[in-house]
Write a protein that binds this ligand. Structure first.
Ligand code: PLP
Length: 774
C-alpha cells in the first residue's frame, strides 16, 4: 500500500548542494527539514533568502508534483496575497529536474521559496486564529476553483477520507478497547452512510491538508504561510474545511468555539450549502480516525521510522470521543448557525412553545391563521414548508407575488445588500431607476414618486398629500375597506376595528356587491346606481365642514369579499369626488402588479386614472416597500409644506428588490399568466357549484378570486362557520386559502401570480374533497 510507509529519500547533502548550485545557481547553508515522504532541505543564501530544496520520494507520481507546481504558480498569478510558496525555476527555466540517488533511483527535484515564521503546531491556537485559518482555507479553495489536473482527479490518496475502507481493517491494531470500538463505529458508518452522498456535492481541486504542521505564522500571529500541497486532490469542496476541522479540534473543551470560528470564517468567503453543512460532523469525524489509523499502521510496520504523530498518544481520540458525544444533531446546528443556514427541523421549538412565547412577548390575543397555527420555515415558488416538513400549496399569499424566494429577487437583493444600503439623502441610482421603471407603467400624469415602507404609510402620505392639495380634510372609503394601520390609513379602514367604525371626518360607501348588495347583477346601470351613493357621502362631508379631500379605493375590493369590477361604478364615484374638489387615491397594494390579470394595475379594470396611486405588499416580493405615485403638482404642493423624508423609504436594497420584481413580471409574462390561470381557476371553481350547494357565488378577476359560501342559495344565508371549517379542512388537504367579507363567508384565493394551471387543478381538487367533508 503506497505511502503507508514513510519512505523518504536520503540523498547525501553534498550531492544535493552541488545539484542546487549547478542547476539553480543557489548556494548557502543547508538544514534538514522534516518531511513525511520527501527529503526536504532548507538552503539559506548569504543575503538571508531561504529556499526549500525538495527531493521527491521515488514513489511519488510526477503528475502530482506537476499539479502542485501548477497550483502554486497559478496562485502567484491570481491571488499573490495568499502566502503560499513560490516556485523557483532552474537555470534552464524548468520547474523540475531529476536527481539520481546513490542506488541509481531517479527522484524529481524542485525548489520552493521558504516561508519564514513559526509552525503553528508550536503555538496555542485561539479562536481568532481559527477564524483566520477558516478564512485562508476558503480563499485558497476559491483561487483553486478553476483549476484541474488529471493526476489529481485520478489520485488514490490514503489521506483522502473517501479511501477510508482501505484503512479501516487496521483498526484491529488498536487492540480490543474503546479506541478500536470508536474508530470502527465511525468508519463503518462513514463508508455505509456518508461516502455515497459525497459524489453529489460540489467538487474541485482542494489542498486537503491544512493542519498545524503546514501552517506558518508570522510574529504578529497572522498566517504567513500555507505549505505542503502534496496531498492535493480533486474532491468534494467540503472535505477541505472538514479535514481542517478534524485536525484543529484538539481540545474537547473548545470544540464549539473552534467550529463556529473556522466554519463561520470559511462560510463568509465560500458559503456552504445545506447538504455540505450537514456532512461536516461525519467528515471531520472520519478525518479524526484517519490520522490515528495511519499512525497505528506505521507504528506497527516501521517502529524505527520517525513518526510525527506518535507523541500525541490517545489525546486526538479523546477529543473525537467528546465530539461524538456532542452528536451529529448538535454539531450540525452549530455548523448551520455558523453558515447562517436555518436550523434542522428537529431543533426548532414546538408550536406550544412558540405560542406561549408569542403571547408573553406580543400580547395575549393571537391574530394568526388556523388553530393550531402553522409554523412556516421555508418558501419556494407557490409552496410553503412547515416546521414538520409538510408542504402547502400557497393560494393565499400575495406578498411573495412572483413566488416565494424567487431566485432573481433573492440574488438581486443579496448583491445590493452586500454592496450598499443607505437612504435617499444621498444620491443613488437604484431609486431613480425604480421610479423610472414604475412610472413608465402608469397612465396619465402619474410620473413622480414618494418612497416609504408599507402600504399603510403610502396611504397615510397619500391622504396627507390630498389634504394639502385640496385644502379639505374629509375622506371617503368603502364600508368594509382595509387600507392600513397608521392613523390616517386606519381612518379609511372600517374593517380594521371590531366596531367597523370610522372617525368623524370619514364617510363610507355601500359596497357595489352584485350578489347580495342593494342592487343585484342584472339590474340596469348597476354601477351608476351604486355610484350615486357617493352624493350622500360628499354632501355629508360638505355639511360637516370637512369637505372631500380624497376617495380611496382598492381596485380588487378584496376585504369587501373580492367583488368584481362593476362597469361605471368607480368611474362614477371618481367623477363625483372630483367635482367636489377631491382626489382619487387608487390603492394598488392588493390589486397592483398584474394581480387582476390583463393589466398591470387594478384601476385599469375600472377605466379610471387615479390622482394618486399607492403601492405596497407585492412590490418587493416580501421586502418592505411602499410607494406613492402621483402627479408633479400634487407632490410639489406637499413638499412645499412638509420636509418629507423616510429613513428606509427608497433605500438601495428595497429599490433593487422592486426592480427585480418588475424584471420577473416582464420576463415571465406574469400579467398574462394571472389572466390565463385566473380564468382557468375560476372556471374550475364555478364547476364545483354543480356539485356543492354551499357555494353561492364564484367571482373575481385574474388571480384575485372569491368563493362565497351560503347555507341556502335562495335565502343567501351566509355560512361563516362552514367557511372557517373549510379553511382548516383545506389546510389538512395541504392548500392554504383565506377568508374575507363583512360576513366572513368568502373564501379568498390570491396566490403568487406564478401559479400554474396544474396548481389551480390541485387547489380545485382539494376544495372539492374539503367541501365534501364540511
Ligand atoms: C388594500 C390594502 N391597502 C393597504 C394595506 C396596508 O399595507 P401594509 O400592511 O403593508 O401597511 C393593505 C394590507 O393588507 C391592503 O390590503
Amino acid at each position: 500500500m503506497k505511502f503507508l510507509r514513510a519512505n523518504a529519500p536520503r540523498l547525501p547533502l553534498a550531492e544535493i548542494e552541488a545539484f542546487a548550485s549547478e542547476h539553480y545557481g543557489l548556494t548557502g547553508e543547508l538544514t534538514e527539514l522534516y518531511s513525511e515522504r520527501d527529503q526536504n532541505l532548507r538552503l539559506r543564501e548569504k543575503d538571508g533568502t531561504a529556499w526549500v530544496l525538495k527531493v521527491a520520494s521515488a514513489e511519488e507520481d510526477p503528475g502530482i508534483i506537476d499539479c502542485q507546481l501548477m497550483t502554486m504558480r497559478h496562485i502567484e498569478q491570481v491571488d499573490p496575497a495568499l502566502p503560499v510558496p513560490r516556485v523557483r525555476l532552474g537555470r534552464d527555466g524548468a520547474a523540475t529536474r531529476h536527481i539520481t540517488g546513490p542506488d541509481g533511483t531517479q527522484h524529481v527535484f524542485y525548489v520552493l521559496s521558504f516561508l519564514e515564521g513559526e509552525i503553528a503546531q508550536r503555538i496555542n491556537i485561539d479562536h481568532a486564529l481559527h477564524g483566520r485559518i477558516g478564512d485562508m482555507l476558503a480563499r485558497l479553495g476559491r483561487v483553486m476553483r478553476g483549476l484541474f489536473h488529471p493526476a489529481a482527479g485520478s489520485r488514490e490518496l490514503l489521506w483522502d477520507v473517501r479511501m477510508l475502507d482501505r484503512l479501516l481493517p487496521h483498526a484491529r491494531l488498536f487492540g480490543p478497547g474503546w479506541q478500536q470500538d470508536l474508530v470502527t463505529r465511525i468508519g463503518t458508518h462513514f463508508i455505509a452512510e456518508v461516502r455515497p452522498k459525497l459524489s453529489a456535492l460540489r467538487a474541485q481541486l482542494i489542498h486537503g491538508d491544512v493542519h498545524e504542521h503546514n501552517l506558518v505564522l508570522g510574529p504578529d500571529g497572522n498566517i504567513s504561510g500555507i505549505i505542503d500541497f502534496g496531498d492535493m486532490f480533486h474532491g468534494p469542496l467540503v472535505i477541505d474545511i472538514a479535514d481542517a476541522l478534524g485536525d484543529f479540534l484538539t481540545d474537547a473543551r473548545t470544540i464549539e468555539g473552534t467550529l463556529r470560528a473556522m466554519v463561520g470564517a470559511y462560510n463568509r468567503v465560500t458559503p456552504l450549502e445545506e447538504d455540505e453543512a450537514d456532512l461536516v460532523f461525519d467528515l471531520a469525524s472520519a478525518r479524526m480516525i484517519l490520522t490515528p489509523l495511519i499512525n497505528a499502521f506505521r507504528a506497527a510496520q516501521t517502529p524505527d521510522e520517525p513518526n510525527y504523530m506518535a507523541g500525541y498518544g490517545d489525546a486526538p481520540l479523546r477529543v473525537l470521543e467528546a465530539f461524538q458525544q456532542m452528536g451529529r444533531d448538535k454539531v450540525s446546528d452549530i455548523v448551520r448557525d455558523a453558515c447562517e443556514l436555518p436550523r434542522r427541523a428537529a431543533a426548532r421549538p414546538s408550536t406550544e412553545n412558540l405560542i406561549a412565547r408569542r403571547k408573553r412577548l406580543m400580547g395575549s390575543k393571537l391574530y394568526v391563521f388556523y388553530d393550531p397555527p402553522l409554523h412556516m420555515v421555508k418558501g419556494e415558488g407557490v409552496w410553503l414548508t412547515a416546521a414538520d416538513g409538510r408542504r402547502y400549496l400557497d393560494c393565499y399569499n400575495n406578498v411573495p407575488h412572483v413566488g416565494h424566494c424567487h431566485p432573481h429577487v433573492v440574488a438581486t437583493l443579496t448583491r445590493q445588500i452586500r454592496t450598499l444600503n443607505t437612504n435617499t439623502r444621498y444620491l443613488g441610482e437604484q431609486v431613480l431607476e425604480y421610479a423610472e421603471r414604475l412610472t413608465a407603467t402608469m397612465p396619465g400624469g402619474l410620473k413622480v414618486c414618494a418612497f416609504v415602507n408599507s402600504g399603510s404609510e403610502a396611504n397615510d402620505i397619500a391622504f396627507r398629500m390630498a389634504k394639502v392639495f385640496t385644502r379639505a380634510s374629509g375622506g371617503i372609503t368603502m364600508d368594509f375597506a382595509y387600507h392600513g394601520i397608521t392613523e390616517a390609513s386606519d381612518a379609511f379602514s372600517p374593517s380594521g376595528n371590531y366596531a367597523n367604525s370610522v372617525p368623524p371626518y370619514m364617510r363610507t360607501l355601500m359596497a357595489p356587491d352584485g350578489y347580495r348588495g342593494k342592487y343585484r347583477h342584472g339590474t340596469n346601470d348597476m354601477g351608476a346606481l351604486y355610484a350615486a351613493d357617493a352624493d350622500r357621502a360628499i354632501a355629508s362631508l360638505q355639511e360637516s365642514g370637512h369637505g372631500t379631500a380624497a376617495f380611496m379605493i382598492d381596485s380588487a375590493l378584496m376585504t369587501n369579499g373580492v367583488l368584481e369590477p362593476v362597469p361605471g361604478y368607480v368611474a362614477g364615484v371618481a367623477a363625483r369626488v372630483r367635482a367636489a374638489g377631491g382626489l382619487v387615491i387608487g390603492d394598488e397594494v392588493q390589486s397592483g402588479f398584474g394581480r387582476m390579470g390583463t393589466f398591470m394595475w387594478g384601476h385599469q379594470h375600472h377605466g379610471i386614472i387615479p390622482d394618486i396611486v399607492t403601492i405596497g405588499k407585492p412590490a418587493g416580493n416580501g421586502h418592505p416597500i411602499g410607494v406613492v405615485v402621483t402627479r408633479p403638482e400634487i407632490l410639489e404642493a406637499f413638499l412645499a409644506e412638509y420636509a418629507f423624508f423616510s429613513t428606509f423609504g427608497g433605500n438601495n436594497v428595497s429599490c433593487a428588490a422592486g426592480l427585480a420584481v418588475l424584471d420577473v413580471i416582464e420576463r415571465e409574462g406574469l400579467i398574462e399568466n394571472s389572466r390565463v390561470v385566473g380564468d382557468h381557476l375560476k372556471a374550475g371553481l364555478k364547476a364545483l357549484m354543480k356539485k356543492h350547494n354551499l357555494i353561492g357565488d364564484v367571482r373575481g378577476t385574474g388571480l384575485a378570486l372569491g368563493v362565497e359560501l351560503v347555507t341556502d342559495r335562495k335565502t343567501q344565508a351566509p355560512a361563516p362557520d362552514e367557511t372557517r371549517r373549510l379553511l382548516n379542512l383545506l389546510r389538512d388537504e395541504g392548500v392554504l386559502v383565506g377568508s374575507e367579507g363583512i360576513l366572513g363567508n368568502v373564501i379568498k384565493i390570491r396566490p403568487p401570480i406564478v401559479f400554474s394551471k396544474e396548481n389551480a387543478d390541485t387547489a380545485v381538487a382539494a376544495l372539492d374533497r374539503a367541501l365534501g367533508k364540511v
